[in-house]
Write a protein that binds this ligand. Structure first.
Ligand code: FUL
Length: 483
């Protein structure tokens, strides 16, 4: 294999983008993400919180007939929620401002079925206010879940009245609590009442009031559902779908949403919502998932080009319970342990070809999404592009991390990772795949020792693939590799 060893471009000669040598950057491959979607994707993990009357009735779906007086979290402390989120590595918290039972965690002017009628703080409290202040104090962002299905509201089932009522509640949430980064439109809906949701009106209000908010629903428009509540994206996972062929709430779309569509015309990346416990709400008889379960979920969500939306439900006191806190901290720490060391950080990097000095293979050693290796177009006799990491002394790794420069579109459709120079002198395939996207993590059954690790890209969209990062890590928590 013959490589082009690249020198670092002379300082000031080239910048990312147009270069003095006049090699333009590759054209984007459409569709591409918006700035808000890119920011969202780079969060990697978002904390979800289900809290409300269900917390006190031990239910998952309330009926709407609950007495609001049941809601009395005497020790509620949103600062604890935000502190835990921050320390565990989350940058955004999404709270169920209203779940299907219709009870509102803020004092909505449009209903009395809210904290106003509860015993908590004698009806004077506002969970959204507490949370928005706590997140701001920690430098975190806020998201809201406003269930369209409302089993309390008497207008529910009356098209115009309910849609207007819902818009009014959305306006309250989007104007009273500062910036909102994500609005979650849940898909559950009862069978008993016919109700048409005017989604386009709702989404227009979100954009009018919070231009940077990402809108989640099954099919976006900002962020899509991954098709299950287990934190598991498809092994093939495109950030793109054809949203106009599907409507929100359409049955049988799970498989499509799980893998996305290589020819999709809309950039709507998937979010993996999953709970740290069995239920979404807190129940005294449930325990948090184990660290190894959470790490499995991390690899099947963040490691497959998705965002992990991990639910940690406050308990009846209004606090995240001790065992959940302990587990999520362990989880955050484990992720840091695995990924803060890149075993290839000082590798020399060569490639099959290089488009120009600004697109050096060594760009893959940084985590900047906008600096990347770009090869030249394939020659008529060439079947693949490749990039190779070479370290001075063999390293042992069991995780391979590959990232595309998705700001210019998702491209890679078929690739393989090879290693050589460790125990095995020959080059051997350690893993392969179909999509990369923002981030692909390959967790290897057994650790591999190698001096060179190469990524071969056989099939891609656009003229050339663009790799923004390529790293090697060791995951000491992976059971299969423990002695
Ligand atoms: C579902 C809801 O029905 C569950 O209660 C939960 O909120 C989950 C995140 O979404 O559709």
């Amino acid at each position: 294999m013959k490589g082009v060893v690249l020198a670092v471009p002379p300082l000031g000669q080239c910048e990312v983008g147009f270069c003095s040598l006049n090699v333009p950057p590759p054209l984007p491959v459409l569709p591409v993400p918006s700035a808000s979607q890119l920011k969202w994707q780079q969060r990697e993990m978002v904390m979800f919180m289900h809290f409300g009357v269900n917390t006190f009735t031990n239910n998952e779906w309330g009926t709407g007939k609950e007495d609001p007086k049941l809601f009395n979290p005497k020790g509620l402390d949103a600062n604890q929620w935000a502190t835990v989120a921050k320390e565990a590595g989350f940058s955004l918290l999404v709270l169920t401002a209203k779940h299907h039972d219709g009870f509102c965690l803020w004092p909505s002017a449009y209903t009395n079925h809210s904290v106003k009628s509860s015993l908590w703080e004698n009806g004077g409290g506002d969970v959204l206010k507490d949370l928005s202040e706590a997140t701001r104090a920690q430098g975190l962002d806020l998201g809201v879940y406003l269930s369209p299905w409302d089993r309390f509201e008497p207008f529910y089932g009356k098209e115009v009245q309910y849609n207007e009522f819902y818009l009014g509640q959305l306006q309250e949430l989007l104007t009273k609590y500062g910036p909102v980064s994500e609005v979650w439109f849940d898909g559950a809906k009862g069978d008993n009442t016919t109700m048409t949701y005017l989604f386009s009106e709702w989404f227009a209000i979100v954009k009018e009031l919070q231009i940077y908010a990402n809108i989640f629903s099954d099919v976006g428009p900002g962020v899509r559902w991954v098709g299950n509540e287990d934190g598991e994206a498809g092994l093939t996972c495109w950030s793109t779908i054809n949203s106009s062929s599907y409507h929100i709430g359409q049955a049988g779309t799970e498989g499509y949403l799980n893998t996305g569509d290589p020819y999709g015309t809309d950039w709507i990346p998937p979010e993996c919502d999953v709970s740290i416990r069995t239920g979404w709400f807190w129940h005294s008889d449930q325990k948090p998932k184990s660290l190894s379960q959470l790490l499995d979920i991390y690899y099947t969500s963040v490691g497959r080009n998705c965002l992990l939306l991990l639910n940690i439900p406050p308990n009846t006191t209004g606090l995240l319970s001790g065992e959940d806190v302990e587990r999520v901290m362990e989880f955050g720490k484990a992720i840091k342990t695995i990924f803060s060391v890149d075993l290839a950080a000082s590798a020399s990097v060569t490639a099959s070809s290089v488009r120009g000095p600004a697109f050096s293979p060594s760009n893959v050693l940084s985590n900047d999404l906008w600096t990347y290796w770009a090869p030249k177009d394939l020659g008529s006799n060439e079947k693949s592009h490749w990039i190779e990491l070479k370290v001075e002394e063999a390293v042992e790794f069991n995780v391979v991390r590959i990232q595309e420069s998705i700001g210019l579109g998702q491209r890679v459709m078929e690739y393989g990772v090879y290693a050589s120079g460790g125990d095995e002198k020959k080059m051997m395939l350690v893993s392969n795949g179909t999509t990369i996207g923002y981030k692909k993590l390959h967790r290897l059954e057994k650790p591999v020792k190698a001096i060179t690790v190469s990524l071969f890209i056989w099939k891609f969209k656009g003229d050339v693939p663009l790799i923004s990062s390529f790293g090697l890590h060791f995951d000491p928590f992976y059971n299969a590799v423990s002695p």
